[in-house]
Design a binder for this molecule. Structure first.
Ligand SMILES: NCc1[nH]cc(CCC(=O)O)c1CC(=O)O
Length: 432
Protein backbone atom coordinates (compact mmCIF):
# COMPACT_ATOMS: atom_id res chain seq x y z
CA UNK A 1 0.00 0.00 0.00
CA UNK A 2 1.51 3.28 -1.04
CA UNK A 3 -0.17 5.65 1.40
CA UNK A 4 1.82 6.50 4.43
CA UNK A 5 0.55 4.96 7.66
CA UNK A 6 0.65 6.67 11.03
CA UNK A 7 3.79 5.72 12.95
CA UNK A 8 1.98 3.42 15.40
CA UNK A 9 0.14 1.62 12.64
CA UNK A 10 0.92 -2.05 12.03
CA UNK A 11 1.08 -3.26 8.42
CA UNK A 12 -2.28 -3.34 6.75
CA UNK A 13 -3.56 -6.15 4.63
CA UNK A 14 -6.68 -4.94 2.88
CA UNK A 15 -8.08 -8.43 2.55
CA UNK A 16 -8.07 -8.85 6.32
CA UNK A 17 -10.18 -5.85 6.93
CA UNK A 18 -13.51 -7.02 5.71
CA UNK A 19 -15.51 -10.01 6.93
CA UNK A 20 -17.72 -9.99 3.85
CA UNK A 21 -16.96 -12.52 1.18
CA UNK A 22 -17.87 -10.45 -1.84
CA UNK A 23 -17.94 -6.71 -1.89
CA UNK A 24 -19.17 -4.39 -4.54
CA UNK A 25 -16.55 -1.73 -3.76
CA UNK A 26 -12.88 -2.44 -3.53
CA UNK A 27 -12.21 -2.42 0.23
CA UNK A 28 -8.53 -1.78 -0.33
CA UNK A 29 -9.29 1.36 -2.33
CA UNK A 30 -11.87 2.49 0.21
CA UNK A 31 -9.38 1.98 3.01
CA UNK A 32 -6.66 3.83 1.12
CA UNK A 33 -8.95 6.80 0.59
CA UNK A 34 -9.91 6.73 4.27
CA UNK A 35 -6.24 6.90 5.19
CA UNK A 36 -5.73 9.83 2.84
CA UNK A 37 -8.49 11.62 4.66
CA UNK A 38 -6.96 10.81 8.01
CA UNK A 39 -3.62 12.15 6.82
CA UNK A 40 -5.22 15.38 5.68
CA UNK A 41 -7.05 15.67 9.00
CA UNK A 42 -3.87 15.15 10.98
CA UNK A 43 -2.03 17.67 8.82
CA UNK A 44 -4.32 20.47 10.01
CA UNK A 45 -2.16 22.27 12.60
CA UNK A 46 -3.39 22.44 16.17
CA UNK A 47 -4.80 25.77 17.16
CA UNK A 48 -2.84 27.73 19.72
CA UNK A 49 -3.60 26.37 23.19
CA UNK A 50 -5.95 23.66 21.93
CA UNK A 51 -5.70 19.91 22.01
CA UNK A 52 -7.22 17.75 19.32
CA UNK A 53 -9.69 14.97 19.88
CA UNK A 54 -10.50 12.62 17.00
CA UNK A 55 -13.98 11.16 16.62
CA UNK A 56 -14.37 8.27 14.22
CA UNK A 57 -17.65 7.38 12.62
CA UNK A 58 -19.21 5.87 9.54
CA UNK A 59 -19.44 7.96 6.41
CA UNK A 60 -23.23 7.80 6.21
CA UNK A 61 -25.17 11.02 6.49
CA UNK A 62 -26.89 9.88 9.69
CA UNK A 63 -23.57 8.96 11.27
CA UNK A 64 -22.18 12.36 10.30
CA UNK A 65 -25.21 14.22 11.64
CA UNK A 66 -24.93 12.36 14.92
CA UNK A 67 -21.18 12.87 15.14
CA UNK A 68 -21.59 16.58 14.50
CA UNK A 69 -24.07 16.65 17.40
CA UNK A 70 -21.41 15.03 19.57
CA UNK A 71 -18.75 17.42 18.31
CA UNK A 72 -20.92 20.46 19.06
CA UNK A 73 -21.72 19.16 22.56
CA UNK A 74 -18.05 18.45 23.26
CA UNK A 75 -16.86 21.82 22.02
CA UNK A 76 -19.44 23.54 24.20
CA UNK A 77 -18.27 21.56 27.22
CA UNK A 78 -14.56 21.70 26.37
CA UNK A 79 -13.73 24.99 24.66
CA UNK A 80 -10.03 24.08 24.61
CA UNK A 81 -10.58 20.90 22.65
CA UNK A 82 -10.53 20.89 18.86
CA UNK A 83 -12.80 18.02 17.86
CA UNK A 84 -12.09 16.49 14.46
CA UNK A 85 -14.25 13.96 12.66
CA UNK A 86 -12.75 11.06 10.76
CA UNK A 87 -15.33 9.33 8.57
CA UNK A 88 -14.57 5.73 7.68
CA UNK A 89 -15.96 3.22 5.27
CA UNK A 90 -17.13 0.05 7.03
CA UNK A 91 -17.81 -3.38 5.60
CA UNK A 92 -21.48 -2.51 5.66
CA UNK A 93 -20.84 0.60 3.56
CA UNK A 94 -18.56 -1.26 1.17
CA UNK A 95 -21.35 -3.54 0.26
CA UNK A 96 -24.56 -1.82 -0.68
CA UNK A 97 -25.78 -4.38 -3.15
CA UNK A 98 -25.79 -7.60 -1.20
CA UNK A 99 -28.86 -7.95 1.01
CA UNK A 100 -28.17 -7.45 4.69
CA UNK A 101 -29.52 -10.86 5.55
CA UNK A 102 -26.66 -12.42 3.61
CA UNK A 103 -24.04 -10.29 5.17
CA UNK A 104 -23.96 -10.98 8.84
CA UNK A 105 -24.14 -9.19 12.11
CA UNK A 106 -23.95 -5.75 13.51
CA UNK A 107 -20.17 -5.83 13.80
CA UNK A 108 -20.28 -4.96 10.11
CA UNK A 109 -20.81 -1.35 11.08
CA UNK A 110 -18.33 -1.20 13.93
CA UNK A 111 -15.38 -3.47 13.18
CA UNK A 112 -13.19 -1.15 11.08
CA UNK A 113 -13.91 1.72 13.43
CA UNK A 114 -12.87 -0.36 16.41
CA UNK A 115 -9.62 -1.25 14.68
CA UNK A 116 -8.99 2.48 14.19
CA UNK A 117 -9.81 3.09 17.86
CA UNK A 118 -7.56 0.33 19.16
CA UNK A 119 -4.75 1.48 16.87
CA UNK A 120 -5.07 5.05 18.13
CA UNK A 121 -6.16 6.62 14.85
CA UNK A 122 -9.19 8.00 16.68
CA UNK A 123 -9.89 8.74 20.34
CA UNK A 124 -13.54 7.71 20.32
CA UNK A 125 -16.19 6.36 17.97
CA UNK A 126 -19.70 7.72 17.59
CA UNK A 127 -22.32 5.05 16.94
CA UNK A 128 -26.04 4.58 16.83
CA UNK A 129 -26.15 2.62 20.06
CA UNK A 130 -28.55 0.18 18.42
CA UNK A 131 -25.79 -0.93 16.06
CA UNK A 132 -23.25 -1.56 18.82
CA UNK A 133 -22.87 -5.24 19.71
CA UNK A 134 -23.42 -6.03 23.40
CA UNK A 135 -19.87 -7.33 23.71
CA UNK A 136 -16.99 -5.00 22.95
CA UNK A 137 -13.66 -6.10 21.54
CA UNK A 138 -10.94 -6.37 24.20
CA UNK A 139 -9.77 -2.92 25.22
CA UNK A 140 -12.93 -1.06 24.20
CA UNK A 141 -15.89 0.15 26.24
CA UNK A 142 -18.93 2.38 26.12
CA UNK A 143 -17.75 5.83 27.22
CA UNK A 144 -21.08 7.63 27.09
CA UNK A 145 -24.69 7.35 26.07
CA UNK A 146 -26.27 10.61 24.98
CA UNK A 147 -29.85 11.69 25.52
CA UNK A 148 -32.21 9.57 23.51
CA UNK A 149 -34.23 10.77 20.56
CA UNK A 150 -37.69 9.19 20.05
CA UNK A 151 -36.92 5.45 20.24
CA UNK A 152 -40.00 4.29 18.31
CA UNK A 153 -40.21 2.58 14.95
CA UNK A 154 -41.95 4.53 12.22
CA UNK A 155 -44.26 3.52 9.43
CA UNK A 156 -43.33 5.39 6.26
CA UNK A 157 -45.86 5.03 3.46
CA UNK A 158 -44.93 5.35 -0.21
CA UNK A 159 -45.37 8.82 -1.63
CA UNK A 160 -48.83 9.23 -3.11
CA UNK A 161 -50.50 6.46 -1.09
CA UNK A 162 -52.98 7.51 1.57
CA UNK A 163 -52.70 4.70 4.12
CA UNK A 164 -52.19 5.92 7.65
CA UNK A 165 -51.62 2.58 9.39
CA UNK A 166 -50.61 -1.04 8.77
CA UNK A 167 -54.16 -2.12 9.65
CA UNK A 168 -55.55 -0.37 6.55
CA UNK A 169 -53.24 -2.07 4.10
CA UNK A 170 -54.66 -4.78 1.84
CA UNK A 171 -53.42 -8.37 2.16
CA UNK A 172 -50.17 -8.91 0.35
CA UNK A 173 -48.94 -5.35 0.74
CA UNK A 174 -45.17 -5.34 0.83
CA UNK A 175 -43.43 -3.80 3.83
CA UNK A 176 -39.74 -3.11 3.44
CA UNK A 177 -37.47 -3.77 6.38
CA UNK A 178 -34.30 -5.77 6.89
CA UNK A 179 -34.80 -6.16 10.60
CA UNK A 180 -35.44 -9.61 12.02
CA UNK A 181 -37.04 -8.03 15.06
CA UNK A 182 -39.50 -5.98 13.02
CA UNK A 183 -40.50 -8.78 10.69
CA UNK A 184 -41.01 -11.32 13.48
CA UNK A 185 -43.18 -9.01 15.56
CA UNK A 186 -45.17 -7.59 12.65
CA UNK A 187 -45.75 -10.98 11.09
CA UNK A 188 -47.41 -11.98 14.35
CA UNK A 189 -49.98 -9.17 14.12
CA UNK A 190 -50.23 -8.92 10.34
CA UNK A 191 -49.82 -12.43 8.93
CA UNK A 192 -51.20 -11.33 5.55
CA UNK A 193 -48.70 -8.58 4.93
CA UNK A 194 -45.48 -9.42 3.12
CA UNK A 195 -42.05 -8.41 4.27
CA UNK A 196 -39.15 -7.69 1.99
CA UNK A 197 -35.56 -6.81 2.46
CA UNK A 198 -34.57 -3.23 1.78
CA UNK A 199 -30.98 -2.09 1.97
CA UNK A 200 -28.91 1.00 1.95
CA UNK A 201 -28.80 4.28 3.75
CA UNK A 202 -32.04 5.73 5.04
CA UNK A 203 -32.22 8.14 2.06
CA UNK A 204 -31.61 5.26 -0.36
CA UNK A 205 -34.36 3.20 1.20
CA UNK A 206 -36.80 6.08 0.88
CA UNK A 207 -35.89 6.46 -2.77
CA UNK A 208 -36.55 2.76 -3.33
CA UNK A 209 -39.88 3.08 -1.51
CA UNK A 210 -41.04 6.08 -3.55
CA UNK A 211 -39.95 4.62 -6.88
CA UNK A 212 -43.34 3.98 -8.55
CA UNK A 213 -42.01 0.76 -10.05
CA UNK A 214 -41.00 -0.71 -6.69
CA UNK A 215 -43.43 -3.03 -4.96
CA UNK A 216 -43.06 -1.56 -1.49
CA UNK A 217 -46.17 -0.08 0.08
CA UNK A 218 -44.31 1.14 3.13
CA UNK A 219 -41.13 0.88 5.12
CA UNK A 220 -40.51 0.54 8.80
CA UNK A 221 -37.61 2.72 9.91
CA UNK A 222 -36.42 4.08 13.21
CA UNK A 223 -38.12 7.40 13.95
CA UNK A 224 -34.88 8.76 15.41
CA UNK A 225 -32.90 8.34 12.21
CA UNK A 226 -35.58 10.10 10.16
CA UNK A 227 -35.87 12.93 12.67
CA UNK A 228 -32.12 13.47 12.85
CA UNK A 229 -31.90 13.52 9.06
CA UNK A 230 -34.59 16.18 8.91
CA UNK A 231 -36.99 13.64 7.41
CA UNK A 232 -39.44 13.55 10.32
CA UNK A 233 -42.20 14.65 7.92
CA UNK A 234 -41.96 11.23 6.26
CA UNK A 235 -43.19 9.48 9.42
CA UNK A 236 -46.75 8.38 8.69
CA UNK A 237 -47.23 6.95 12.18
CA UNK A 238 -45.20 5.58 15.04
CA UNK A 239 -45.60 1.82 15.43
CA UNK A 240 -45.21 1.07 19.12
CA UNK A 241 -45.98 -1.60 21.71
CA UNK A 242 -47.83 -3.88 21.92
CA UNK A 243 -47.59 -4.16 18.10
CA UNK A 244 -43.88 -3.45 17.78
CA UNK A 245 -41.33 -3.15 20.57
CA UNK A 246 -38.33 -1.16 19.45
CA UNK A 247 -34.71 -2.31 19.34
CA UNK A 248 -32.39 -2.23 22.31
CA UNK A 249 -30.65 1.15 22.35
CA UNK A 250 -32.73 2.54 19.49
CA UNK A 251 -32.65 6.32 19.22
CA UNK A 252 -29.58 6.73 21.45
CA UNK A 253 -26.08 7.75 20.42
CA UNK A 254 -23.29 5.75 22.02
CA UNK A 255 -19.65 6.78 22.18
CA UNK A 256 -17.05 4.02 22.37
CA UNK A 257 -13.53 4.58 23.73
CA UNK A 258 -10.42 2.70 24.77
CA UNK A 259 -10.46 1.29 28.29
CA UNK A 260 -7.97 3.21 30.41
CA UNK A 261 -7.89 6.35 28.25
CA UNK A 262 -8.51 8.80 31.10
CA UNK A 263 -8.58 11.86 28.87
CA UNK A 264 -11.20 10.34 26.57
CA UNK A 265 -13.17 9.14 29.56
CA UNK A 266 -13.38 12.60 31.02
CA UNK A 267 -14.12 14.33 27.72
CA UNK A 268 -16.59 11.79 26.39
CA UNK A 269 -18.07 10.97 29.80
CA UNK A 270 -19.21 14.57 30.17
CA UNK A 271 -21.87 13.92 27.52
CA UNK A 272 -23.51 11.02 29.32
CA UNK A 273 -27.25 11.41 29.89
CA UNK A 274 -27.68 9.27 32.98
CA UNK A 275 -31.36 8.63 32.32
CA UNK A 276 -30.80 7.32 28.81
CA UNK A 277 -27.63 5.58 30.00
CA UNK A 278 -29.38 3.64 32.72
CA UNK A 279 -32.28 2.67 30.47
CA UNK A 280 -30.09 1.61 27.59
CA UNK A 281 -27.70 -0.31 29.81
CA UNK A 282 -30.66 -2.19 31.27
CA UNK A 283 -31.85 -2.97 27.74
CA UNK A 284 -28.40 -4.06 26.59
CA UNK A 285 -27.90 -6.23 29.62
CA UNK A 286 -31.17 -8.02 28.80
CA UNK A 287 -30.09 -8.54 25.20
CA UNK A 288 -26.68 -9.85 26.19
CA UNK A 289 -28.26 -12.64 28.23
CA UNK A 290 -30.79 -13.52 25.54
CA UNK A 291 -28.35 -13.49 22.64
CA UNK A 292 -25.89 -16.04 23.98
CA UNK A 293 -23.97 -15.93 20.72
CA UNK A 294 -27.09 -16.13 18.64
CA UNK A 295 -29.22 -13.38 17.14
CA UNK A 296 -32.70 -13.19 18.56
CA UNK A 297 -35.73 -11.07 17.62
CA UNK A 298 -35.81 -9.01 20.81
CA UNK A 299 -37.86 -5.88 21.40
CA UNK A 300 -37.99 -3.53 24.36
CA UNK A 301 -39.67 -0.49 25.77
CA UNK A 302 -38.48 1.27 28.90
CA UNK A 303 -39.26 4.27 31.00
CA UNK A 304 -37.54 6.02 33.86
CA UNK A 305 -38.91 8.28 36.59
CA UNK A 306 -36.35 10.04 38.72
CA UNK A 307 -36.65 9.65 42.49
CA UNK A 308 -35.56 12.35 44.91
CA UNK A 309 -32.51 11.30 46.89
CA UNK A 310 -32.55 12.00 50.60
CA UNK A 311 -29.93 14.37 52.00
CA UNK A 312 -28.19 17.36 50.54
CA UNK A 313 -27.27 17.67 46.86
CA UNK A 314 -23.80 16.36 45.99
CA UNK A 315 -20.95 18.88 46.12
CA UNK A 316 -20.23 20.68 42.87
CA UNK A 317 -17.57 18.65 41.13
CA UNK A 318 -14.93 20.05 38.83
CA UNK A 319 -13.35 18.76 35.66
CA UNK A 320 -9.62 17.99 35.48
CA UNK A 321 -9.28 21.46 33.97
CA UNK A 322 -10.74 22.94 37.16
CA UNK A 323 -13.89 24.14 35.41
CA UNK A 324 -17.08 23.45 37.39
CA UNK A 325 -19.33 20.69 36.14
CA UNK A 326 -22.94 21.63 35.58
CA UNK A 327 -25.52 20.01 37.84
CA UNK A 328 -27.08 16.65 37.32
CA UNK A 329 -23.96 14.95 36.04
CA UNK A 330 -24.00 11.26 35.28
CA UNK A 331 -21.49 10.58 38.05
CA UNK A 332 -23.64 12.30 40.68
CA UNK A 333 -25.80 9.94 42.70
CA UNK A 334 -29.20 9.30 41.21
CA UNK A 335 -32.19 7.17 41.94
CA UNK A 336 -35.00 6.19 39.63
CA UNK A 337 -37.86 3.84 39.04
CA UNK A 338 -37.24 2.01 35.80
CA UNK A 339 -39.88 0.00 33.98
CA UNK A 340 -38.55 -2.35 31.35
CA UNK A 341 -40.73 -4.38 29.00
CA UNK A 342 -38.97 -7.03 26.96
CA UNK A 343 -40.21 -9.39 24.29
CA UNK A 344 -38.85 -12.31 22.32
CA UNK A 345 -40.69 -13.47 19.21
CA UNK A 346 -40.18 -16.62 17.17
CA UNK A 347 -39.12 -16.07 13.59
CA UNK A 348 -42.46 -17.23 12.28
CA UNK A 349 -44.23 -14.78 14.55
CA UNK A 350 -46.41 -17.56 15.91
CA UNK A 351 -45.11 -17.44 19.43
CA UNK A 352 -43.88 -14.63 21.57
CA UNK A 353 -43.23 -13.91 25.20
CA UNK A 354 -43.39 -10.61 27.03
CA UNK A 355 -42.16 -9.68 30.49
CA UNK A 356 -42.06 -6.45 32.47
CA UNK A 357 -40.30 -5.36 35.62
CA UNK A 358 -40.66 -2.10 37.52
CA UNK A 359 -38.00 -1.50 40.13
CA UNK A 360 -36.14 1.25 41.96
CA UNK A 361 -32.52 1.43 40.87
CA UNK A 362 -29.63 3.39 42.33
CA UNK A 363 -26.76 2.66 39.96
CA UNK A 364 -25.81 1.43 36.51
CA UNK A 365 -25.15 -1.97 38.10
CA UNK A 366 -28.73 -2.02 39.41
CA UNK A 367 -30.04 -1.13 35.96
CA UNK A 368 -27.98 -3.94 34.42
CA UNK A 369 -29.25 -6.38 37.02
CA UNK A 370 -32.79 -5.36 36.09
CA UNK A 371 -32.04 -6.18 32.47
CA UNK A 372 -30.59 -9.57 33.35
CA UNK A 373 -33.63 -10.33 35.52
CA UNK A 374 -36.02 -9.50 32.68
CA UNK A 375 -34.03 -11.84 30.44
CA UNK A 376 -34.37 -14.61 33.01
CA UNK A 377 -38.12 -14.00 33.21
CA UNK A 378 -38.43 -14.11 29.45
CA UNK A 379 -36.48 -17.34 29.28
CA UNK A 380 -38.55 -18.95 32.04
CA UNK A 381 -41.84 -17.68 30.60
CA UNK A 382 -41.56 -19.39 27.21
CA UNK A 383 -38.52 -17.68 25.75
CA UNK A 384 -36.46 -20.82 26.34
CA UNK A 385 -38.43 -22.70 23.68
CA UNK A 386 -38.09 -19.85 21.19
CA UNK A 387 -34.35 -19.58 21.82
CA UNK A 388 -33.93 -23.35 21.55
CA UNK A 389 -35.76 -23.32 18.25
CA UNK A 390 -33.35 -20.65 16.98
CA UNK A 391 -30.34 -22.52 18.29
CA UNK A 392 -31.61 -25.72 16.71
CA UNK A 393 -31.81 -23.97 13.35
CA UNK A 394 -28.21 -22.78 13.65
CA UNK A 395 -27.03 -26.21 14.77
CA UNK A 396 -28.73 -28.03 11.92
CA UNK A 397 -27.28 -25.55 9.47
CA UNK A 398 -23.84 -26.00 10.94
CA UNK A 399 -24.09 -29.76 10.68
CA UNK A 400 -25.27 -29.54 7.11
CA UNK A 401 -22.91 -26.90 5.87
CA UNK A 402 -19.89 -27.23 8.16
CA UNK A 403 -17.54 -24.31 8.04
CA UNK A 404 -19.56 -22.65 5.29
CA UNK A 405 -22.50 -22.23 7.64
CA UNK A 406 -23.13 -18.53 8.05
CA UNK A 407 -24.02 -18.96 11.70
CA UNK A 408 -20.53 -20.23 12.40
CA UNK A 409 -19.02 -17.17 10.80
CA UNK A 410 -21.39 -14.64 12.22
CA UNK A 411 -22.61 -16.02 15.51
CA UNK A 412 -25.98 -16.93 14.12
CA UNK A 413 -27.22 -13.59 12.85
CA UNK A 414 -26.75 -14.29 9.22
CA UNK A 415 -28.46 -17.62 9.29
CA UNK A 416 -31.38 -16.42 11.29
CA UNK A 417 -32.11 -13.40 9.15
CA UNK A 418 -31.89 -15.67 6.16
CA UNK A 419 -34.33 -18.20 7.55
CA UNK A 420 -36.64 -15.41 8.53
CA UNK A 421 -36.68 -13.58 5.26
CA UNK A 422 -36.72 -16.78 3.23
CA UNK A 423 -40.34 -16.89 4.17
CA UNK A 424 -41.11 -19.17 7.00
CA UNK A 425 -44.50 -17.54 6.64
CA UNK A 426 -44.27 -16.21 3.12
CA UNK A 427 -41.80 -13.42 2.72
CA UNK A 428 -41.98 -11.57 -0.56
CA UNK A 429 -39.02 -10.43 -2.52
CA UNK A 430 -39.32 -7.00 -3.91
CA UNK A 431 -36.86 -6.14 -6.61
CA UNK A 432 -34.81 -3.25 -5.38
N1 LIG B 1 -29.53 -0.45 11.56
C1 LIG B 1 -29.48 0.81 10.90
C2 LIG B 1 -29.78 1.94 11.80
N2 LIG B 1 -29.03 2.20 12.89
C3 LIG B 1 -29.56 3.28 13.54
C4 LIG B 1 -30.66 3.70 12.81
C5 LIG B 1 -31.52 4.83 13.15
C6 LIG B 1 -31.18 5.58 14.40
C7 LIG B 1 -31.43 4.83 15.67
O1 LIG B 1 -32.23 3.89 15.72
O2 LIG B 1 -30.80 5.19 16.66
C8 LIG B 1 -30.79 2.87 11.72
C9 LIG B 1 -31.80 2.95 10.64
C10 LIG B 1 -33.13 2.33 10.99
O3 LIG B 1 -33.21 1.36 11.75
O4 LIG B 1 -34.14 2.82 10.48
Amino acid sequence: MSVELPPFHPPVNGADRCPVASVSKDPEAAYASDLERLKALRAVPEEEGKQTFYLGTRMSKLAMVQTNLVKAALEKEWPDVDVRIYGMTTSGDNNQSQPLYLMGGKALWTKELEVALIEGQVDAIVHSLKDVPTEFPPGCELGAVLEREDPSDALVVKEGLSYTSLEEMPDGSVIGTSSVRRVAQLRRRFPKLKFADVRGLVQTRLRKLDDPTSSYTALILASAGLIRLGLGHRITAAVTSPVLYHAVGQGAIGVEMRIGDERAKEIVGSLECWRTGWQCRAERSMLKVLEGGCSVPVGVESSLVELALPGSPPPQATFLSGAPRPHNRAEDPHAATITLHGTVTSLSGTSSVIASITRNVYSIADAEALGADIAAELIAGGGREILEELEGMSRRCMERMGPRCPSRVMGGRRLISRLLLRGRGGAAWASS
